[in-house]
Design a protein around this ligand. Structure first.
Ligand code: S3P
Length: 171
């Protein structure tokens, strides 16, 4: 069966929801940030500070070439992975995109540990979040299912995705 690809901004709950959804579906769970950390032996934070954002995006692109076309995965993507059209194109071949959408307020509450999210580490947090959300609206808009997550628990989100996949006969 097609893989499920969770997209959305930092702090929208992709990793928590993804691991629970994978359990529900009996699929393998992959968190792209963790996979990149495993492959490089470096934390995301370290990749950014030592080599910069380009290198990180390069690692994401390489990982996507390995995951594209595979069945039965739940992939939680880093918030910037779908900014690359090529990543989207490759993952579309065998994937269903689901977007978790959170408001700036929710994101602000959740990204407590800014240090592990280099893109949010500098400047005014609210301004950065608001401006990145605006810039990325279109990129996250490619999903065939978008869920407003602010008022929902991870279990409720998993239920919504599960129901959607069943209805569309993806599972
Ligand atoms: C990023 C999001 C992070 C991580 C990196 C860049 C982004 O992942 O990939 O810090 O560009 O939005 P999460 O969305 O899992 O926090």
């Amino acid at each position: 069966m097609k893989s499920v690809i969770l997209i959305g901004f930092m702090g929208s709950g992709k990793s928590t929801v993804g691991s629970r959804l994978a359990k529900r579906l009996g699929y393998k769970f992959i968190d792209t940030d963790c996979a990149i950390e495993d492959v490089t032996g470096l934390t995301v934070e370290r990749i950014f500070s030592k080599y910069g954002v380009k290198r990180f995006r390069g690692e994401e692109a390489l990982l996507v070439t390995k995951l594209a076309g595979k069945d039965n995965l739940v992939i939680s993507t880093g918030g910037g992975l779908v900014l690359s059209e090529e990543n989207v194109r490759l993952l579309t071949t065998n994937g269903v995109f689901v977007s978790l959408r959170a408001t700036a307020d929710t994101i602000m509450k959740r990204v407590r540990n800014k240090r592990t999210r280099p893109l949010l580490a500098k400047g005014n947090l609210r301004e950065t979040v608001t401006s990145l959300l605006e810039q990325r609206k279109e990129a996250y808009g490619i999903a065939e299912l978008t869920i407003d997550v602010d008022q929902l628990t991870p279990e409720q989100i998993v239920d919504i995705i599960y129901k959607y996949l069943k209805e569309r006969e993806y599972i």
